[in-house]
Design a protein around this ligand. Sequence first.
Ligand SMILES: *Cc1c(COP(=O)(O)O)cnc(C)c1O
Length: 377
Amino acid sequence: MKRKTRLIHGGIAGDPHTGAVSVPIYQVSTYKQEGVGGHKGFEYSRTGNPTRHALEELIADVEGGKAGFAFGSGMAAITAVMMLFNSGDHVILTDDVYGGTYRVMTKVLNRVGIDSTFVDTSNLDNIEKEIRSNTKAIYIETPTNPLLKITDIEGAAKIAKQHNLLTIVDNTFSTPYWQNPIEQGADIVLHSATKYLGGHSDVVAGLVVVNSEQLAEDLHFVQNSTGGVLGPQDSWLLMRGMKTLGIRMEEHEENTRKIVDFLTNHPQVTKVYYPGLASHPNHELAKKQGRGFGGMVSFDVGSQEAADKLLNSVKYFTLAESLGAVESLISVPARMTHASIPADRRQQLGITDGLVRISVGLEDVEDLIEDLTTAMK
Ligand SMILES: *Cc1c(COP(=O)(O)O)cnc(C)c1O
């Protein structure tokens, strides 16, 4: 099965009982038992629900893993994965991970004794230097937000294996359509399915895929014990979104390529961050480990005033957090998603006051380019 086909026919497609081509929404909490313990595979919907199960099978299938798990948000998924570790364990993470990941590691999980170190994982040497006797995992986000830095998944997984660590990849930006970390040696892949997988700004969800029976058993134990599961309605919405992931990603890519072209030739734009650009420091690696570069672009317009003028003038780009939906979104990381990072550290990282991030949507690209042209005049 090829990738677009798998998104539509993978997992559990349809309903064998009625012939319905869409998986039913099993809006139910409990299941009749014919005798004590005599159930048909489902006993209570926190433990397992048929609609959620269909989604979990689908994501496991498209990521090429052993088992999938659906949670109430990306952060619930990340937290559940971290609950595989014990007090006293240590995790090495990409330094510009999603803000919520940084927050849960440094303000919540630290309180239960899970220690973390953040390094620029785009240089593998930095990972190796931070490995301690209690290190249990390497957690990578690639590409990163908002500077689209790339980490070598295969290289990181190799280091992890040598030291008996798990490799965990947040694959939200690339999606399984463009990148499959498990094929490159990762043990666990996770997603904020709120973004491209859902794709329509209408559902908050998180997904995890693991590559072994043991991890599947361990994570199901955590999922069932801590209970942050995704409900049947949202599971259904997510499957509906995922059916079109392939064509959406192709079109996001096409639109983004044209916008990046426009931006790199615009006199007011001082820098463009996009892994698809030959000038991107990890362009070759991005090309090798993924099949596409995605729909996220950041660019510098030189000053906060210029950024504000742009934000206030665009018609089709909505000023909002989040990404990966049909509608184009625009944001200024320094004052939105990354406002909690001290100003001098932001400057150091390249997250300047003039840095603008866009999530390129599925509108006609001519309209989007015209919108940016007018707004930057
Ligand atoms: C949004 C996001 C998350 C968190 O997911 P939620 O669904 O908002 O909880 C995690 N990682 C990345 C890369 C994200 O963009």
